[in-house]
Design a protein around this ligand. Sequence first.
Ligand SMILES: Cc1ncc(COP(=O)(O)O)c(C=O)c1O
Length: 397
Amino acid sequence: MVTTKTKDGGAARWVRPLVRKLHAYVPGEQPKIRGLIKLNTNENPYPPSDRVLEAVRGAVDGRMRLYPNPTAEGLRVKLARLHGCDPAQVIVGNGSDELLAMAVRCFVEPGVAGGGGGRAGSRPSGRQIVQYFDPSYSLYPVLADIHGAVRNAVPLGDDFGLPTVAGLRRGGRWRFDAALTLVTTPNAPSGRGYATAELEGLCRAMRGVVVLDEAYVDFARENAMELALRHPHVLVSRTFSKAYSLCFQRVGYFVGHPDLVGALHKIRDSYNVNGLGQVAAEATLGDLGYYRANFRKVVATRERLASALAAHGFTVSPSDTNFLLVKPAGPSARDWLGLLRERRILVRWFSAPGLDDRLRISIGTDAEADRLLRAVGEVLGKGGKGVRSGRGGGRGS
Ligand SMILES: Cc1ncc(COP(=O)(O)O)c(C=O)c1O
């Protein structure tokens, strides 16, 4: 048995004070129960293509004793071709999460002894700042804290629109000298898409590195890849997790200036992308037609679900992603979480102020959307009676 307490304060005393104070990122629930409709983590409801599954199966043999290609070279070459750039402008990660963490380590000076937030009253140097909008991807503050960087979370307006540069200057809170600015585009969890022209205006005004986190961009009308190819301080982050049904394999990538990409390569783990992930991602790029048809299905289901939920009295934020952020009618958002769970449907509720009156619903298949709509009708038909408290909350993807 492990002794948890010792006279001198326990084994935790060997852990750095910064790490002791950290709050770990809370990912969405991955339940063990079968038969649940999972609309809580923005996974794709459609499986990887047959060609991808075949390629992965075909790679499961004695070669697994060998290390994979250290830089995912084959995949980088294909990605470079897809985006019209040089392979030296592409780095692949163990999910885009890994690359986001690397960007913090690569571009931001750790400066806060105790981690998080900065010292009250002092104006931190821009070199120490990780900046992002609030709400946006809730991993960013966690990454800043892990690194001992200073967080600068700047609130978005009620419609989650991208503030103008003039508005940010007037607001006074935005730091144009931040070492690293992370912009989720389209935004999560709001779903709101941003026009490339607006993003370019913001990028032009920034003096540090800007990462445009396009995890959901395949479901959107526009993408901003051209900005990473045009501006030396802009990186675009993409993932195979959402649009390409490959969460399980953990493959994401950045595109940007070779000097920034080269710097990221220096701090990468030697074999950061697993071999089967490389195989699966390469095969995915060989079967894009299958995936593009799936994007269209997801978008069609999203639009249908948005109208049907609005007809039930929900307020639905416009979405350019594979999820909807809604203010539900009737019971509170937190109660809806429990009510839908009782009906074997998982959605996401965030306890954060400004979001706690909403639910985030990932787009599933048409049949799953129908099940959700039936459950909604049932709850509202009962006038929200028998409401039980929801579970979960917190932060996460
Ligand atoms: C905005 C955003 N960026 C990045 C990620 C991470 O994706 P990956 O699976 O590539 O690590 C997520 C996952 O939920 C996300 O929502």
